[in-house]
Every structure is written in structure tokens, then in C-alpha cells.
Design a protein around this ligand. Structure first.
Ligand code: GLY
Ligand code: MN
Ligand code: MN
Length: 404
């Protein structure tokens, strides 16, 4: 709470809740316009990324029915578990038509009341990666004549282009992540266990103010680094092998996602240098190609052009990158064949990788924010190949702006 001797604390608190309520009303109106453009009569949201986008509050429902119903025209209504009603009224004052239900009674009556005025909705949009069968079954019973379709395009049209504040939140998350990585690398030795490094990283992210562990940190040594989404375990690092670390945290609900690779305890051999250089060149090419006006497929093509060399072709396992923000993976997908044109404000990863089964893999991942005529990297951790836990530059010497 900011204290102001003239206004006192209370008026400032009121002012801030009025401002956020205005922002939310504006987002609801823009979303209603997007429903019209995508021929949707009603949007049904359960707690998930878009409800967070609208309310700025991370509601959870567990097994309970919790829905925000936004018609194309008219006021939104909400079906809210009783224990969340206080949270809802505080965080979402602009959606005042709330139908709370209590555990003993169950949600049936509240759901019937909430859906009563919506029976004319023909096309009903849902978030395909958030809505579960439990919510879907209510929806199918309450609106039996409606067609249920994905609202991803309508929702994305709002969430795709990040505001300055959203991009800054990702940048703050990235600074916390990079400072945490510096700290953790100081303790890595030949013989360290992957799972211990991953736990240390997770705790450093939270200790330095990260809002969440975006996903279980991927910490993989030697041959395991050839698994793009491998799982850390008790395996111990050996001298001269690769160490791949892919992780993220959030700030104000917005995530970063960064990957760096290192060589442990000995100078890299020729093969390691050559694979690393090919991936670094791809990362640089992908970042340089990222600007408004080109397609997502164009960025992929430029980024991975070097991998078309027959010596690398068998070692590509995934697209160039993905959008990120409230979700770790969201549009746009930076991949072959995606004709979506990139626009200023979009945030996405550029994360080329080469994975040689039985030997090891390298991925270098950065988070880009598209500006009017190019891009800015929200991640800034050094990309050059480095030896840790042994000879090489002093990684502890690098100053971080947050938590150093
Ligand atoms: N980490 C690469 C992907 O999931 O696309
Ligand atoms: Mn990642
Ligand atoms: Mn990623």
C-alpha cells in the first residue's frame, strides 16, 4: 500500500480497484467484440489463462464448477463456489451477477439460473486446453441445442499482442530466472545430481521473487540432454559432458522460458563445439529474422536453414518456438507451414535445438518481444559456450540486476 500524507491510504486503495475494474470492463468489451467477429454467441470460461487475463486473479476450482459466461451482447454472469464468492466479488466487481453455490447443495440450481437467459446461444466458444469434461457435461445439458466450438482464435486476438506492461512482466520474470541460474551454477560440480540441481533452481526462483515455477525445471546431463523434454533424476554429471537447463518463472502471472547449455568440468570436444555452434547460429538467425510482417513459418525457415545440412537433418525434434505469456505455450507457433503474420507486441520463444540420441543435445532458447520494426530479447543470459564447474570464465562474476 502506498501511503500519501494528503490522501491517506484508503482513497489510494479505492482508486486502484476502480482502475483495475475499468481495465477489466474494457477487456470484457473487447472480448465481446471479438466474439462477434468470430461468430460466437457466448464464451464459457473456467479458471484458466483467459479468466486470469480478464480478472487479474488466479482463481482455482479443483473439482468444483466455476464458470464465467460472457454473451456476445449483454452482461456476463458467473457460477462461483461459495468459498470463492468473496474472492470473486473483491477481484471482479464488474461482473456482479454471481450465482454462488455451496458444497452441500451442489452447483445444479446455480448453473440453471446462470444459463437461464442464455438458451438462445447457438455457437458457444470454450477454451479447448482449459475446459474439462466436467464443465463440458454441464454445458451440454444446460444448452442442449448449442454447438460447442473452440474460442481460441477469438481469445488469441486479444492475448496475442502484449502491452508494454505485459512484456515488462516477462522481462522481470526472465531477470529473476537468470539471477537464479547464476546462483545455482555456482554450486554445480562434476558429480552433482540432475534432480538436486533442478530443486535448487526451483527454490532459487521462488526465493528471488518468482511468482511460480513455470514447469518442473528440465536439467539433463550427457546423453539425457538429447531428450527435448526429459525428466531430471538421480543421474550424476560427468566431466566433459553437456548440461541442458530449461526452466521458467513468472511475474504478475506472465512467464519466461529460457534454455541454456553448458559443458561440465572440462574443455568441450570438437563434436560438442560443432553442434553448439550450429544451434547458436540458428538462434541468432531466428532472432534476427523475427519482426512484424514476416510469417511464423518464415522465422522457422530462416532459423533452421542451417539444419538442412545433411549432417544435422536427423537431429531436429521440434519447431522453432511458441508464444508465451500467461500460458507457457500459446500462439503463435513458430513452425514450418504457419502462415500467421507476426505483429508488433507478440512475444514468442526462439529455441532451436539439435538432439543426437545416445550422445547429447543442445537447445538455446530466448524470449522475443516484437517491436514496431524488429524485436527485443527479454532474456539476456550469455549464449556463448561455457565450461562450468571447472576451467572457463568465472560465471559467478556476472552481475544480475535482480537478487544479486
Ligand atoms: N520446447 C519446444 C516445444 O515444446 O515446442
Ligand atoms: Mn523452455
Ligand atoms: Mn519453450
Amino acid at each position: 500500500m502506498v501511503s500519501n500524507p494528503r490522501l491517506g491510504a484508503k482513497p489510494l486503495r479505492l482508486l486502484s480497484s476502480l482502475i483495475s475494474s475499468r481495465v477489466m470492463s474494457d477487456k470484457l468489451k473487447r472480448l465481446q467484440a471479438a466474439l462477434g467477429e468470430h461468430d460466437l454467441d457466448l464464451l464459457v470460461l473456467n479458471p484458466g489463462p483467459t479468466m486470469f487475463y480478464l480478472t487479474d486473479h488466479a482463481f482455482t476450482s479443483h473439482e468444483r464448477l466455476f464458470l464465467l459466461l460472457l454473451p456476445r451482447v449483454g452482461d456476463a454472469v458467473a457460477v462461483v463456489p461459495l468459498l470463492e464468492e468473496g474472492n470473486w466479488r473483491h477481484a471482479v466487481p464488474s461482473v456482479a451477477r454471481v450465482f454462488p453455490w455451496d458444497d452441500a447443495d451442489g452447483p445444479e440450481a446455480a448453473a440453471k439460473q446462470a444459463f437461464a437467459a442464455l438458451s438462445g446461444a447457438h455457437r458457444v466458444g470454450i477454451e479447448p486446453l482449459a475446459l474439462r469434461y466436467m464443465e463440458y457435461s454441464y454445458l451440454a445439458r444446460m444448452l442442449p441445442k448449442s454447438e460447442v466450438v473452440s474460442a481460441e482464435a477469438a481469445v488469441s486476438s486479444l492475448r496475442l499482442r502484449k502491452s508494454q506492461a505485459e512484456a515488462e512482466a516477462i522481462r522481470v520474470a526472465a531477470r529473476i530466472a537468470e539471477a537464479a541460474l547464476d546462483e545455482v551454477l555456482r554450486g554445480v560440480k562434476v558429480g552433482s545430481r540432475e534432480d538436486e540441481i533442478a530443486s535448487h533452481l526451483a527454490s532459487e526462483l521462488l526465493r528471488r521473487g518468482g511468482g511460480a515455477i513455470s514447469f518442473g525445471p528440465i536439467v539433463l546431463g550427457g546423453p539425457k540432454s538429447a531428450l527435448p523434454h526429459g525428466v531430471p533424476d538421480e543421474r550424476r554429471l560427468r566431466a566433459g559432458e553437456l548440461l541442458l537447463i530449461d526452466f521458467g518463472t513468472s511475474h504478475r502471472g506472465y512467464h519466461c522460458d529460457i534454455t541454456r547449455c553448458f559443458v561440465v568440468g572440462a574443455e568441450p570436444d570438437e563434436r560438442t563445439r560443432s553442434v553448439y555452434q550450429a544451434v547458436l547460429d540458428a538462434n541468432r538467425a531466428g532472432c534476427a529474422a523475427s519482426r512484424p510482417g514476416v510469417t511464423a513459418g518464415d522465422v522457422h525457415q530462416v532459423c533452421q536453414a542451417g539444419f538442412e545440412d545433411p549432417k544435422w537433418q536427423a537431429y531436429m525434434k521440434h519447431r522453432t518456438g511458441h508464444g508465451l505469456g500467461i500460458d507457457i505455450h500459446e500462439p503463435p507457433s513458430i513452425m514450418r507451414g504457419n502462415d500467421q503474420r507476426l505483429e508488433a507486441g507478440m512475444v514468442f520463444t526462439v529455441e532451436p535445438g539439435l538432439y543426437l540420441e545416445g550422445w547429447g543435445g543442445v537447445r538455446i532458447e530466448d524470449d522475443l518481444w516484437l517491436t514496431a520494426d524488429g524485436s527485443e530479447s527479454l532474456t539476456s543470459y550469455p549464449r556463448e559456450l561455457r565450461v562450468i564447474a571447472g576451467p572457463g570464465p568465472d560465471i559467478a562474476g556476472r552481475k544480475s540486476e535482480i537478487g544479486a
